[in-house]
Design a protein around this ligand. Structure first.
Ligand code: NAP
Ligand code: ZN
Length: 347
């Protein structure tokens, strides 16, 4: 028997999100039914609800930063039991047999991972995300939220946390390394916290200085405004790693110039428009320009354990579901401090 649950959905691209009902599938052998308590609002929700990444599936229930409590498990589930605190991020399934899946990089599944929303499940039905009361997910794509982190500030870790943790680890952020984070939004503020906890010297590169006090409090050692051309002169050749979390196209050439010889600029921002790059900005100094997509399931669990150990959660503004559309406008205006989280009891 499917379960009917309330959700917030966009009926079409650019339509405001409104309350509706959706069906959740019957709990199968390896499925976990999660009573969703909190759902973060990622900028990717806005990109997709507005169809900025190509053709999308409507109605769309966004939300891939899910934290909740296990309400029911299928008979074959071994890792979770009723009452467990759990999370679900950007993926809910993958082929499970290709080389990336077998090596813990399900996000790079050769068949394409099944996205938490705006995707099609193995049952052929559209997937619906976290702006809803409950979700059914196969246990391999559910992670445990350690006791040390409350569920509301844990929710954003399921996307913003892993998307910054994975590249920071991959590119070696740690003691003796200078790391810059471009954009102090949802991803950026977690990037600052995690890079600081990893032991790196952290600089925020924000459009203005208006969030400087916050940035320093979150763990940054330095804070610069990119609207000031002097920033680019002063910081030339400074960083081992630059992590760009910006949701709009950037002049990557200007930022590559801020890297040390052999340094890496890792981009996770996903604007719809392409960028232009003068390749000489990579050749001089053997610079690296890289991308990074979320992280695998095992790494997501590792990130949650790391955050619990270092007492890290997101800085959140808890909102009611009726405020989602207003929150979207504030995210678009870079006016988010630093993640909106929906109290799903209000859905
Ligand atoms: P967000 O909360 O809106 O943060 C983005 C930040 O970028 C803003 O707070 C702002 O910071 C800066 N920014 C915005 N417009 C800018 C502009 N025109 N020029 C320069 N800086 C600008 O968004 P988010 O949720 O962190 O997501 C950021 C991006 O990452 C989105 O494109 C999202 O789709 C993408 N994403 C990618 C992955 C992945 O796996 N690669 C995963 C999740 C999200 P300041 O005010 O400090 O300048
Ligand atoms: Zn996201």
């Amino acid at each position: 028997m499917t379960t009917t649950v309330t959700a917030y959905a966009a009926a079409s691209a650019k339509a405001p999100l409104e309350r509706t009902t959706i069906e959740r599938r019957t709990v199968g052998e390896h499925d976990v039914l999660i009573d969703i308590r909190f759902a973060g609002i990622c900028h990717s929700d806005i990109h997709q609800a507005r169809e900025e990444w190509g053709e999308a599936i409507f109605p769309m229930v966004p939300g891939h930063e899910i934290a909740g409590i296990v309400e029911k498990v299928g008979p074959g589930v071994t890792r979770f039991k009723v009452g467990d605190r759990v999370g679900v991020g950007c993926m809910v399934d993958s082929c499970g047999v290709c080389e990336p899946c077998r090596s813990g990089h399900e996000q790079h599944c050769l068949e394409g991972n099944i996205q938490t929303y705006n995707g099609v499940g193995k049952d052929g039905e559209p997937t619906y995300g976290g702006y809803s009361q409950k979700v059914v997910v196969t246990e391999g794509f559910v992670v445990g939220i350690p006791d040390g982190i409350s569920l509301d500030v844990a929710a954003p870790l399921l996307c913003a946390g892993i998307t910054t943790y994975s590249p920071l680890k991959h590119w070696g952020a740690g003691p003796g390394k200078k790391v810059a984070v471009i954009g102090l939004g949802g991803l950026g503020h977690m990037g600052v916290k995690i890079a600081h906890a990893l032991g790196a010297e952290v600089t925020v590169l924000s459009q203005s200085l208006r969030k400087k006090d916050d940035g320093l409090r979150l763990g940054a050692d330095h804070y610069y405004a990119t609207s000031d051309p002097k920033t680019f002169e002063e910081l030339a050749g400074s960083f081992d790693i630059i992590l760009s979390t910006v949701s709009a196209p950037l002049d990557f050439g200007a930022y590559l110039n801020l890297l040390k010889v052999g340094g890496a600029l890792v981009n996770v921002g996903a604007p719809e428009e392409p960028i232009a790059l003068n390749l000489f900005s990579l050749i001089g100094g053997n610079k690296i320009l890289a991308g990074s997509a979320i992280g695998g399931i095992a790494e997501t669990q590792e990130m949650l354990d790391f955050c619990a150990e270092h007492r890290l959660g997101a800085e959140i503004e808890l909102i009611a579901a009726a405020e989602i559309n207003e929150a979207y406008e504030r995210v678009l205006g870079s006016d988010v401090r630093y993640r909106f989280v929906i109290d799903t009891a209000t859905i």
